[in-house]
Design a protein around this ligand. Structure first.
Ligand SMILES: N[C@@H](CCC(=O)N[C@@H](CS)C(=O)NCC(=O)O)C(=O)O
Length: 490
């Protein structure tokens, strides 16, 4: 007997429950369920059927499969003399499995209330062993995932995230003849809504009351609309576009800023990251490293504006003096905490979330927890990291803390510790949030939708969690951490 023939015999002639299975098949074919489900069942059935049906299945010809299968099934059923004569024959376990597959597929096709999928594992089982199928699909997906992760976040051979370095490292100066003198209205800083590095910059602007001196241009991340990287300007209104070059996305700003250097200028190569500080008078980039931008904004005195924290709260800025985030007496302490916060938290959470190996992830998650507990202890002793007044070290700490429970603890798997469980870190977060201008720099819903919606390799389904919200974290509540003036001044 030929192999095909034997296969047909197996399928139909030995069927002990041929009549009920036939009814199920018929019901699947005739049901008014969506084509996809009906096709799933016909494909399952076609696996057991002669080549003509398989051919029709491959062509996606549901009706063709139906015709062949029904014809064959009815023919076999008749020629076998009905169910009673079949009862003597003992079905093989392989055959019983196929029967179950057919009934399951038919049931799936009948059920129009829920989508149970194609039942791939069930109907492919007899052809490809489940182990091979799962291994193959996982391997394919992992390859795609690694490729995307490497583009998103470069890593070393051990799977640990390596933050790339950045291109522009000029600074501002108090000298009016310098390349980039500190003049009111001359500079634009491009920031992304969710980016913690940008948040350092907007915090500095808020705390120092510099919003009249520097234009802050907000961008949103949308890798599908951006021509490179992720940052785009809002389409509407047009006034929300880049005010310097009229660019549509940050890449166009980078290109324009580089090309404006003259004939030698070529399009920008490298990552188009935010924040970016631009000198609008020269139409050139000053700096795209947040730590340096914060330092530049702190160090210079902008000509043409009164600086100070009084903005919007009725204080007399000139009398109060300029806010100083790096007082000379505390520099060593500020830099030591700044470094620790960067390594263990600012970059630590990214090392956690962007790790591509278990070992690299565990190292990073441990670092994050250790640093957070150290910070908790420190904040149990003093209101801020370097005493009872806010410094640059706190400006580095706050953006990571305020995003922690909403994003990093879940999406980045920093799951062995939560800010909500650390009373002093939580109190610090509420305390800073209550300072003038800071609340306006925080947008938890925006963070959640950006991180969960845009970091595709980490969350391919794109589902955005509904919390925690500002209220869930107690932001806006009294921190009970003191009432004195929190600013160093110069
Ligand atoms: N070292 C930079 C890092 C900035 C950074 O990584 N920004 C991210 C947003 S959170 C970015 O713009 N990424 C776009 C990209 O890498 O293509 C800084 O601190 O300013």
């Amino acid at each position: 007997m030929s192999r095909t023939r034997r296969a047909r015999e197996n399928c139909f002639a030995r069927a002990p429950v041929a009549s009920s299975s036939l009814a199920a098949r018929r019901s699947a074919f005739r049901s008014s369920t969506p084509d996809a489900m009906a096709f799933a069942s016909t494909r399952a059935i076609a696996l057991e059927t002669p080549p003509r049906a398989r051919l029709a299945s491959r062509r996606g010809d549901v009706a063709g499969v139906r015709r062949v299968v029904m014809h064959r099934a009815e023919g076999r059923h008749r020629s076998a003399g009905g169910a009673s004569s079949l009862r003597e024959r003992r079905p093989s376990s392989r055959h019983r499995h196929r029967q179950r597959v057919v009934v399951a597929a038919a049931a799936a096709a009948d059920d129009d209330d829920s989508n149970k999928g194609l039942g791939l594992l069930e109907w492919l089982g007899p052809v490809i062993p489940q182990g091979a199928l799962v291994t193959g699909v996982k391997g394919g997906w992992k390859l795609a995932w690694r490729t995307m992760m490497t583009e998103l976040a470069p890593s070393d051979d051990a799977g640990a995230y390596v933050r790339p370095s950045y291109g522009f490292d000029d600074t501002l100066s108090n000298d009016p003849t310098a390349k980039h003198p500190a003049m009111c209205g001359r500079y634009v800083v491009y920031v992304g809504n969710a980016c913690p590095w940008c948040h350092r910059v907007t915090l500095t602007i808020a705390l120092k009351g510099l919003s009249d001196a520097i234009a802050v241009v907000k961008m949103t991340d949308d890798a599908e609309r951006a021509s490179r990287g992720g940052w785009v300007f809002e389409q509407f209104p047009a006034s929300a576009r880049d005010p310097v070059f009229g660019a549509r996305d940050l890449r166009e700003v980078y290109d324009a800023a580089v090309m404006s250097k003259g004939p030698a200028g070529a399009p920008y190569r490298g990552r188009c990251t935010a924040p970016l500080l631009l000198d609008a008078a020269r139409k050139t980039a000053v700096c795209n490293e947040s730590a340096d931008i914060v330092r530049a904004l702190n160090d210079v005195d902008f000509v043409g504006v009164v600086q100070g924290v009084g903005q919007g709260v009725g204080q007399s800025d000139a009398e109060e003096g300029v806010v100083e985030l790096r007082p000379a007496a505390l520099l060593d302490e500020i830099d030591a905490w700044g470094e620790e916060v960067y390594r263990g938290l600012n970059n630590g959470v990214y090392r956690c979330g962007f790790a591509t190996s278990q070992a690299a992830y565990e190292r990073a998650a441990t670092d994050v927890k250790t640093t957070l507990l150290k910070v908790e202890k420190r904040l149990s002793e003093s209101r801020f990291l370097c005493g009872d007044k806010i410094t640059e070290a706190d400006v580095r700490l706050f953006p990571t803390i305020v995003r922690f429970d909403a994003v990093y603890a879940t999406l980045f798997k920093c799951s062995n510790v939560r800010v909500a469980d650390l009373p002093c870190v939580s109190g610090f977060m509420k305390d800073v949030y209550a300072l003038p201008g800071v609340r306006e720099t925080v947008d938890l819903a925006g963070y959640r939708s950006s991180y969960f919606g845009q970091l595709f390799p980490l969350n391919p389904g794109g589902i955005v969690p509904i919390g925690p919200t500002e209220a869930d974290l107690g932001l806006g509540e009294d921190a009970n951490r003191g009432t004195g003036d929190v600013f160093h001044r110069r």
